[in-house]
Design a protein around this ligand. Sequence first.
Ligand code: ATP
Ligand code: MG
Length: 526
Amino acid sequence: MSEHPTIGDTLEQTVARYPDRDAIVYPRKDQRWTYAAFDERVNRLANALREAGIEKGDRVATVLRNGSEMALTVYACAKIGAVFTPLNFRLPAGEIEYIVDDAGAKLVLFESATEEAVAGARPALETVDDYLSVDDDVPEYAGGFYDLLESGSSERPDVTVTEDDVYAFIYTSGTTGRPKGVVHEHRSMVEHSLLCIAELNLTRDDVGLSVMPLYHCAELHCSLFPRIHRGATTVVHHEFEPETALEAIETHGVTTLFAAPTAWNGLSLTAAEADVDVSSLRIGLYGAAPMPEQVLDNCMEHLCDDYVQAYGMTEIGPAGVFQSPEDQRSKQGCAGLPALNHELRVVDPGADPDREVDDGEVGEVLIASPCAMREYWNRPEATARSLREADSATWYYTGDLGYLDDDGYLYVVDRKDDMIVSGGENVYPAEVEDVLFAHDGVEEAAVVGEPDDEWGERVVAYVVADAVPATELDAFVRESDRLADFKRPRTYYFVDELPKNPSGKVQKFKLREDEADLEPEADPVA
Ligand code: ATP
Ligand code: MG
């Protein structure tokens, strides 16, 4: 072990402590591996990857849905210093090609469901042998992954990996532009794992269910890593399906899981109707947005009492702020307090990004985090904009707008790029969208700024709405009495759908930049 443990070391520590406890359970393939058995397979894969020509620093990409293979691959890469590069399996072929190329991946692991999507990326690589399938039903590469794994020695690989080595490139979700490769080191992700162990009070007796995608750092770093580090068990599901997840809670005695608020909503509504025993569940983790009060009520009634919210982003691991169980009710809508060893600042979002604003005032959220990325891959300018030194700390400029209340709790308001400045006044689109969402006929809404000769920018709304005229929406907004007149949308664009990334986040930059593609029906109001 190096002075400070690497990701591979966290697994080996657990193997030494609890070799016979269950590490990974993957019902889809009837796999149940103890820590000793899991580690043996990790070593085999790691050695086989070396034999196949993967060296320290080489990028190994995955385009895989959840499965034990994701867990094997990330630890195998960690042990040989290869750079784990998980891609969102839902990305269209062109995006996969872009990321494989941007990362300079030497190997791409895929499965039958993602074979077509990776096809385009092939010419960018040296040979077809660079592709391995984890399923048996891609005839061309039948069983490639498991054949490879079996071929490797079970000895610990003879490669020196240290805490400062790069562990992974994790690509951001692509909400505000093209996905960026976030370069994470071993040390910071081991720190991040400790944070999550502490916030969730994880013990070796915990059983976690991985239903959210493991290519995203939230599931990978907030769930899988801390559980392996602590010696708990992970049950992996190929995809999220509320009934199956609830059955698994009963079957495996699941004590904890991470899900987005919308998924928790689905789980709680299904649990209300289903005849399943979920009493083993002790704590739920969620992120991406605060939990709406009604969803929290349902979850508490039908699932378990305690929930933890994480706020953050790929660049810091992702979790840097936690809202603990005792604050769920008393601080509704907030993101929480800085995580252990983290610090928050809120600064002027405009001309003076070094000036801290007063409590209660909205500004850009900065985080000093021991888990922050080293850099964005191949993007020195973006790195310099995002990571800045001040007062002996490195501050990550999140690009999110928020404020701190009198108790130091963070409230996230919107994204900085999305803020509209109209006649010198700031408009936060999320606030306008909330009002529009309250109209029964509005399915989706996205509010952006459009250039305006008189006001600099004017507020406009893109809506997916069934036969609701703009005049009615305008009257609804006026009557709601929740918005000052300068925040009122001046034009409604009716569209069939909004541009979204595969995680379902609306890509407003596309609305601002290529409106024409949507052929919206514009309806200005006075
Ligand atoms: P890109 O950086 O490529 O535009 P992205 O920012 O959506 O994509 P992620 O790192 O997956 O990529 O998402 C982080 C963002 O998600 C944060 O910057 C924030 O806007 C939002 N977010 C995460 N957690 C929360 C939360 N608990 N409450 C509110 N917003 C959150
Ligand atoms: Mg981002």
